[in-house]
Design a protein around this ligand. Structure first.
Ligand SMILES: [Zn+2]
Length: 454
């Protein structure tokens, strides 16, 4: 049974149509095997759903094989400011082996939604699409948009970055643009319980490949050879010996890890001709990628002047300072879960690294414990608690609350999804643009991390 409801007519808007059923949309998206960079009609499904409820949808195909072509989508509803954007990706990682269900046929079982992309991040897309529609219907006066790519799990060259370029160069009317005031990326940031963590920044990432050539020879006559392993080990030792930093207010210490070391020499009595290594640096906001590259190349040049070095900086560190956006999102989460989320900069990179060029960006989404794993699934933790207590969880309705400042506005509320039997399901938030929680609940936010002395 799919939920249908007539939308309330909001202040001056004319969107009166069937509500997006977030669970149904999530299931239909999961049914598209959109293993990056394939789309498998996932964005057709999303675009049709959004257009049906009044979104204007722009479609883009960027790039060529082997990493493309990639489908991208920008959808917008409402008008004027503020302009709040949600960002996400419809591509998924390969299913892998060992699933208990068909990874591309969503299964709903015991309150769980199981399927590739349930957490990362078709579940989020479905939830924020429904939430955006609901917010407009409730009278949100501004613009809500969805920035959707099919190239997040891949190299991310034909996805969000060129899509943002288009948003900068184009707008609803000539001379305007689609640059949002703030953006929420729906990556699965929750750690243990839905709503426990919001990411306000990410470390940067640099990969380097170092290949050292030497002169092959008999191991008993080292003077007649030039061992590249000796040089490579010296390079890696010097690189690893440096303490890059001891962390910053919101970041852990930067770190370099050697991720591969290849010599491929099968003989015990031969000095090899070549040795190579690969390393990754996860760096915080005390560094810039090009500076680290210069340092690394300098060390290599001193130890092995003829070595070949290839560097790829896949993202710079960034931080959206705790402020209006994080408070907005934190308060919206707290109004549903009762707890303010911790602010974090942990984890890998995401497309937020591109969006931060345009506007403040934070990331918030479902519990990420199962992302990229077999039997990827998503669950409402409070529903889980209810299930433990009784045979059937009760539907908890999220009521709209009046603005406490007395302006009479009804802030958009966190949006709760319910599954087909009406049980609590997964939640995402549509932030209220007017924080409306007592200050005491806001102050629970994690204190900034201080640099440690080690
Ligand atoms: Zn993701």
């Amino acid at each position: 049974m799919s939920r249908t409801a007539s939308l309330e007519k909001g202040a001056g808007n004319g969107y009166a149509c069937r509500m997006i059923d977030a669970l149904d949309l999530a299931c239909r998206l999961i049914a598209c095997p959109s293993v990056t960079p394939a789309d498998a009609e996932a964005q057709d499904v999303l675009a049709a759903t959004l257009e049906r409820v009044g979104f204007t949808v722009h479609r883009f195909t960027f790039g060529d094989a082997p990493n493309g072509p990639v489908e991208n989508l920008f959808a917008t509803i409402g008008s004027g400011s503020p302009h709040f954007a949600f960002a996400g990706h419809t591509d998924v990682v390969p299913a892998g082996r060992g699933w208990g269900t068909d990874p591309f046929h969503a299964t709903v079982r015991d309150g769980w939604l199981i399927g590739r992309g349930a957490a990362d991040m078709k579940g989020s897309i479905a939830a924020f699409a429904a939430a955006a529609q609901a917010a407009i219907a409730r009278g949100f006066a501004g613009t809500l948009s969805l920035i959707i790519t099919g190239d997040e799990e891949g190299p991310a060259t034909f996805g969000t970055a060129p899509l943002l370029d288009w948003m900068v160069a184009n707008g609803p009317t000539p001379g305007t643009n689609y640059v949002p005031d703030m953006c929420l990326v729906g990556e699965p940031t929750s750690a243990a319980v839905l709503g426990d963590t919001v990411k306000i920044g990410r470390r940067g990432s640099l990969n380097a490949w170092i290949t050292v050539d030497g002169a092959q020879g008999h191991v008993a006559y080292p003077a007649r050879a030039d061992n590249p392993v000796t040089r490579l080990v010296a390079i890696l030792a010097r690189l690893k010996a440096r303490t890059l930093d001891t962390g910053s207010d919101w970041f852990d210490a930067s770190n370099l890890e050697v991720t591969d070391l290849t010599v491929g020499n099968p003989a015990t009595n031969v000095i090899p001709a070549q040795a190579s290594a690969r390393l990754n640096i996860r760096f915080n906001d005390r560094h810039r990628g090009p500076d680290l590259e210069t340092w690394l190349r300098g060390i290599v040049a001193e130890e092995a002047p003829s070595a070949v070095v290839k560097v790829r900086i896949s993202g710079e560190a960034f931080l959206t300072e705790p402020g209006a956006l994080s408070a907005l999102v934190g308060d919206a989460i707290a109004s549903v879960t009762g707890t303010q989320p911790a602010l974090s900069t942990s984890g890998g990179t995401s497309d937020a690294r591109f969006i931060r060029r345009l506007c403040p960006v934070v990331e918030f989404g479902l519990v990420g414990a199962s992302m990229h794993k077999v039997d990827e699934a998503e669950f409402d933790d409070r529903a889980q608690a209810n299930l433990r207590r009784g045979p059937r969880p009760r539907l908890l309705t999220v009521g709209r609350r009046r603005c406490r400042t007395g302006c009479g506005a009804t802030p958009a509320t966190p949006f709760r999804l319910v599954n087909r039997s009406g049980d609590p399901w997964i939640i995402t938030t549509i932030p209220s643009f007017r924080p409306n929680l007592p200050a005491s609940r806001r102050s629970r936010r994690r204190a900034p991390k201080r640099p440690s002395a080690t």
